[in-house]
Design a protein around this ligand. Structure first.
Ligand code: HEM
Length: 248
């Protein structure tokens, strides 16, 4: 495959991942509303019809694998093409964010594996699996979600308390790890989004500065949206509504 083909794959898989991250971030921000919001939303996502949840999971996993494999191929290609004596010079010309993409990428992958064990598989705190609550059916959101997918029960997994427990002061080091990882995600997106414009042929000299600013603003927006949750947990702004029962 040509270098251009690989850059297209990087850009398009990256775009799909950024889209997922933005949707996930907005979904998470429901934590700042009544617990019903995130609990009803999470229940409905888990019970989407026609196995849609697995379709989305498989598409996202394919994007992660494609993004990683092409990144490794491009790194090897660049390394081979680089004459020895220019190594130092080439390194100096590239920005710090662009030179560290491979490291921030690997750490983000480790973050995602930990995160899925933490909140999806819940094997880091098996007690999370037993958190249940009864929906009160508050606010307009219930009616909006209910139109999309009628709710067939009122007792659901208490995702609100799971996240609040997960980010509580007791596990402060987990929140710190999340905040640092979100900083790295911001850094990765800063360079990633602007090189995506380049790869898709949307960037020229006139627009370079403006698009770089768009990339910076998007990256900072994603950082604030995600990092606000572990920070709110540390500050006691979000508190569990269901206590943890130790698992045997
Ligand atoms: C503070 C930041 C975050 C919070 C509070 C958070 C919260 C959650 C929660 C509660 C779940 C489980 C939902 C459920 O099973 O009901 C989840 C799943 C997941 N999150 Fe996050 N998330 C955060 C950041 C991220 C980031 C930055 C990424 C990647 C870009 C990410 C990717 C995922 C993935 C891939 C899943 C699994 C979805 C599935 O297949 O079920 N999360 N997250």
């Amino acid at each position: 495959m040509s270098s251009l083909g690989k850059k297209y794959i990087m850009a398009l898989s990256g775009l799909a991942l950024v889209g997922f991250a933005c949707g996930h971030m907005v979904g998470n921000l429901q934590m700042f509303l009544h617990p019903d919001w995130i609990n009803e939303y999470a229940y409905k996502l888990q019970h989407l019809p026609y196995g849609l949840l697995w379709v989305v999971r498989i598409v996202m996993l394919t994007c992660v694998v494609a993004h990683m494999v092409t990144a490794v191929m491009l790194v090897i290609e660049n390394y081979k093409a680089r004459p020895e004596k220019y190594v130092a010079k080439a390194n100096l010309q590239a920005s710090f964010a662009s030179r560290t993409m491979k490291y921030s990428g690997v750490i983000l992958l480790a973050f995602i594996v930990f995160h899925i064990m933490h909140f999806t598989v819940q094997n880091i705190h098996p007690e999370f699996l037993h958190l249940e609550t009864t929906l009160e059916g508050v606010g307009t959101i219930h009616h909006v979600y209910d139109k999309l997918l009628p709710l067939d029960r009122t007792t659901v997994h208490d995702v609100y308390s799971m996240v609040a427990h997960g980010f509580s002061l007791k596990f402060w080091y987990v929140s710190v790890f999340y905040i640092i990882s979100m900083g790295l995600l911001c850094f990765h997106l800063m360079h990633g989004i602007s090189s995506m414009f380049q790869s898709l042929g949307l960037r020229n000299d006139l627009w370079r500065k403006r698009l770089d600013r768009v990339a910076l603003a998007a990256a900072v927006f994603v950082f604030i949206g995600f990092a606000s949750l572990p920070l709110a947990g540390l500050l006691g702004i979000i508190e569990p509504i269901t206590p943890l029962i130790a698992s045997h």
